[in-house]
Design a protein around this ligand. Structure first.
Ligand SMILES: Cc1ncc(COP(=O)(O)O)c(C=O)c1O
Length: 452
């Protein structure tokens, strides 16, 4: 008997397996995820996956079944319309299918040489975002894996720019941000060995501008201000115009963290809430959050792309043959090899047009407003805040803290809804974040009726 190893050539196309995998993808995109799927314990995964990696390998259909029958059902389907916790996802079926095609093309998109067409197209999507922000033709950047990397790369560029204009390093590097800044800003500060100058937020979660001004006047090592454009926990948008004035006055970089919220730049009715962004130095927005694209994708844009390139360009003798003058995405963030993860956004923009994005964002905001109105009308609930963009905070009048967790777990398990508690001003409350135009407000309000 021959062993599997002797008879299988991994580089020989197994058409049956290929068709099986492509058929599954087609069906999965058509049907959408199962809202009841979710994390399994280590022990049960150990049992279900067994010793999956062996010397001889296993038959194709059995190997793929581990993915379809074990791995996928043990994941949280953030892109289901009833998934309303964290910042969920809502990729269009076309964007998901395009992403599968993109993966098949196996494009190295770190430099122009490897992916000129893909990079040119990605840059068109970045230009659309830069235009919405009112930025000049000098704007440009790159798609990175997520908001955390986007924030890190932007803030590194901010510090390099600061060093160009100042002779001496301060004894302590500082980044000024709101108490409602995303946890990634704290993570970035730790990586950069910088201190966070955390400014308290007001009752709606916006940075207190007077306190920020006082803190800046007293500080000596601040090289960047981070403004929230849609704080994750409460949806607050800081007064970006006031922060732009401050950044100009103190000659420091203004970075706007719009990983979730800046998608709403696409909606002309909401755009004025970001007033002042036209004077910022960098921003991020994650297409995988509220721009209907698949994981993982964060658009990082610099007002002057050269400042990004000064901070991030990599040199190496084996890279010398590349055209350094060309647009090389590896110059704009902390990475070299990358997939062209901005292309699904570009494809959706090409396919549907920018008006469809504007109306999908507006529709989502409308859904959040209907849910908040419904919460106000329900005796068992009390609206605390929102919607700010599409985030809503509320309390269940008759439910004790401990019971909230079991209610949320029950809803998750049954597939009814993902609505997890968060904390607001020290109180355990419920939070919804809507990014999917297919979320049904009546359905959500009916589920919330079960809260006592
Ligand atoms: C405002 C904000 N910034 C940054 C991040 C981090 O983004 P990512 O999870 O893509 O790294 C998030 C994630 O939810 C966010 O909401």
């Amino acid at each position: 008997m021959v062993t599997r190893k002797e008879c299988i050539d991994p580089f020989q196309t197994d058409s049956v397996l290929l068709d099986q995998m492509l058929d599954w993808s087609r069906q999965h995109i058509r049907n959408g995820p199962d809202p009841r799927s979710g994390a399994k314990s280590f022990a049960s995964l150990q049992r279900l996956l067994g010793d999956s990696i062996t010397e001889d390998g296993m038959k194709g259909d059995a190997a793929f079944a581990l993915f379809t029958d074990v791995i996928v059902p043990s994941t949280r389907p953030l892109n289901h319309p009833s998934s309303l916790s964290f910042v969920p996802a809502a990729p269009t079926p076309a964007a998901l299918a395009f992403d599968a095609a993109l993966s098949s093309a196996e494009i190295f998109a770190g430099n122009w040489d490897g992916a000129s067409g893909a990079i040119h197209a990605e840059n068109q999507a970045l230009s659309w975002l830069a235009d919405l922000a009112g930025w000049p033709a000098t704007a440009g950047g790159v798609f990175v894996a997520g908001g955390t990397n986007g924030n890190l790369s932007a803030l590194h560029a901010a510090r390099v720019a600061w060093l160009k204009h100042h002779k001496n390093r301060p004894p302590l590097w500082q980044i000024l941000c709101s108490a409602e800044a995303h946890s990634s800003i704290d993570a970035v500060a730790r990586v950069m060995d910088a201190e966070l100058l955390v400014i308290p937020a007001d009752d709606t979660g916006c940075m207190d501008i007077d306190k920020a001004r006082d803190a800046l006047a007293a500080a000596t090592g601040v090289f960047a201000i981070v403004a929230n454009a849609g704080a994750t926990n409460c949806g607050a948008i800081d007064d970006i115009a006031a922060l732009a004035d401050m950044a100009a006055h103190f000659d420091i970089w203004l970075h706007v963290d719009g990983a979730y919220g800046l998608a709403a730049l696409a909606d002309p009715r909401t755009r004025p809430q970001f007033s002042g962004i036209e004077r910022a130095d960098s921003f991020i927005v994650d297409p995988h959050k509220w721009l209907f694209s698949p994981f993982d994708s964060c658009a990082l844009v610099y007002r002057n792309h050269l400042l990004g390139a000064q901070a991030h360009g990599q040199q190496g003798v084996y890279l010398d043959t590349l055209d350094q003058q060309a647009w090389n995405p590896s110059d704009y963030a902390l990475h070299l090899t990358r997939r062209a993860r901005g292309l699904p956004l570009w494809f959706s923009l090409v396919l549907y047009g920018t008006r469809a994005f504007a109306s999908a964002i507006a529709q989502t905001i409308n859904i959040a407003e209907q849910i908040a109105e419904g919460i106000k009308r329900q005796d068992n609930l009390q609206l605390i805040l929102g919607p700010q963009l599409t985030v809503i905070l509320f309390r269940a009048n008759a439910i004790a803290d401990e019971a909230l967790d079991s209610w949320a777990e029950q809803q998750r398990r049954s597939g009814a809804m993902l609505c997890l508690p968060t904390s607001w001003r020290g109180e355990k409350v419920l939070r919804l974040c809507i990014v999917n135009p297919k979320t049904d407000p009546e359905y959500v309000l009916n589920v919330l009726k079960t809260l006592g």
